[in-house]
Design a protein around this ligand. Structure first.
Ligand SMILES: Cc1cc2nc3c(=O)[nH]c(=O)nc-3n(C[C@H](O)[C@H](O)[C@H](O)COP(=O)(O)OP(=O)(O)OC[C@H]3O[C@@H](n4cnc5c(N)ncnc54)[C@H](O)[C@@H]3O)c2cc1C
Length: 449
């Protein structure tokens, strides 16, 4: 550790937690990751990583590994759910890479987590599986005894650090420290599953991301490995939900996190269910024939209930900061939840890199919030664009409406998009993306791809 290094405890070894741990360790800090699951690299829905995320993975030195394990779809297609008619197209290939500097990639979740965990091990991050955090305490009493903020885990173990980063998903143990706002839902449910190319028609097993969009339902297929394996996700709004939903401030029993460990039954905890297989079938009953067939093939046992939360006013409290779904859960159909968690991680590494030791961490974390909150809220709210109808078509390689989202937020390429930041290591306090405010059809498709 260097003279300015700080001790950092990360709660949660998902995408955001491991990316933050690696970036911080590369910056010279001592990092431990406490993960509830018995091992890292839990399975879950495959991830579409847009250039705003692959730019960070590139800076961390991981992009080649990710490309080895993932796929690079050629294009994204938006289709109308009922008729299957093509609505819009976005080129995800060479023109996109040329514009943003790094490619659009799809990778299995466990594969990405393995790459991140290996990187952490190489960077001397201490990975501690089987540690379920139950409380975080930064009171004077706890700090004086333990020497910093303290994380207590089930079973009695405690860990102390100068900084605690809560990357433990939408039901974070630390969320009470940054304000009210229990996660809630809007009745969106998802069923998913990976399928082998053999199970698809030849014209379905292609190198493209396809989303069939309807008003209250959508279905997406994307290649985990082109010509070999595809992820399929069906998402719909439950009509049962308004009838059985729990109190708005109450917990959502069985609510799902995207990783394998958090997937639950569609059970409100009140004994009544919503989002069950019958509703899935009904939601897609009028879909185009290929979608109906694909939905029938999905596993019915696991329903992912989408968690939502109004934007938190505060992302940090003293020595504690939240990142990823813990602070800005986003519906899966945005395909940006992991990307935004990765951006959070990079921003944290930036602000803590030049931190003058443990005494400077609170200012540094305040800088993290200033830098990230407005952008994350903008992305989270962009879901509304998804519900609007396409108004005009753009050329497939017209990225004007994508720049605000896909432009790298770190590195030398960022400034080309009006991002007032620089590479890891610079003390950027504020980031402004100044171009591409469009919300036309590709404002819609970028949320899905
Ligand atoms: C169907 C679906 C498809 C999606 N597709 C995409 C996509 O294509 N692209 C994209 O960018 N995003 C996508 N997302 C969103 C993305 O999965 C999440 O936003 C992302 O995983 C958030 O990362 P995270 O690190 O914040 O949380 P998580 O990945 O949920 O990780 C949290 C970690 O914390 C651990 N944990 C939880 N509680 C505790 C505790 N008390 N103590 C210790 N550890 C704990 C968990 O076990 C887990 O490992 C999708 C989501 C869904 C549901």
């Amino acid at each position: 550790m260097g003279v300015n290094a700080v001790e950092i405890i990360v709660i949660g070894g998902g995408i955001g937690g491991l990316t933050a741990a690696l970036a911080l360790a590369q910056g010279g800090h001592r990092v431990q990751v406490l993960e509830r699951a018995a091992r890292f690299a839990q399975p879950g829905p495959a991830l579409r990583l847009a250039p705003n995320a692959t730019a960070v993975l590139s800076l961390l030195g991981l992009l080649d590994h990710v490309l080895d394990l993932g796929s690079r779809p050629r294009r994204a297609l938006l289709r109308e759910l009922g008729s299957g008619a093509e609505l819009a197209e976005l080129d995800l290939g060479a023109p996109l890479t040329a514009r943003y500097g790094t490619p659009y990639v799809v990778i299995g979740r466990a594969d990405l987590l393995s790459v991140l965990a290996d990187g952490c091990t190489d960077a001397d991050v201490e990975l501690r599986p089987g540690r379920a955090a139950i409380a975080v305490d930064q009171s004077r009493q706890a700090s004086s005894v333990m020497g910093g903020a303290v994380v207590s885990c089930a079973g009695g173990r405690v860990y102390a650090g100068d900084v605690v980063l809560a990357a433990d998903g939408a039901r974070s143990v630390a969320r009470g420290l940054v304000g009210r706002g229990a996660p809630s839902g809007e009745g969106w449910a998802a069923y998913r599953g990976a399928v082998s190319a053999d199970a698809l028609a030849p014209d379905e097993a292609r190198d493209e991301v396809v989303a069939w969009m309807g008003p209250d339902a959508h279905f997406t297929r994307y290649p985990i490995r082109i010509g070999e394996a595809y992820e399929q996700v069906a998402v719909f709004r439950s009509h049962q939900y308004p009838l059985v939903q729990p109190s708005p401030l109450g917990p959502l029993a069985g609510a799902a996190s995207p990783g394998g460990t958090g997937q639950g039954r569609a059970d409100t905890g009140s004994g009544q269910e919503w989002g069950g297989p019958d509703e899935l079938a009904e939601a897609f009953s009028l879909a185009a024939a290929p979608v109906r067939a694909a939905v029938r093939s999905l596993r019915r046992k696991r329903c992912l209930r989408m968690i939502d939360r109004a934007p938190l006013a505060s992302w940090t409290n003293g020595r504690i900061a939240l990142l990823g779904d813990a602070v800005h859960p986003m519906p899966g159909y945005l395909a940006q939840g992991a990307c935004q968690a990765i951006e959070d991680a990079a921003a944290l590494a930036d602000v803590l890199r030049d931190c003058p030791g443990p005494r400077g961490v609170q200012d540094a974390l305040a800088g993290y919030q200033a830098r990230r909150a407005a952008r994350a809220i903008r992305v989270a709210r962009a879901r509304q664009v998804w519900e609007s109808a396409p108004q005009a078509r753009r050329a497939p390689d017209d990225y004007a409406a994508s720049d605000w989202l896909y432009a790298p937020q770190q590195g030398r390429l960022a400034s080309g998009f009006g991002v007032r930041s620089a590479a890891f290591g610079c003390h950027a306090r504020r980031v402004i993306v100044g171009r591409g405010r469009g919300t036309q059809p590709f404002g819609m498709i970028i949320l899905l791809t």
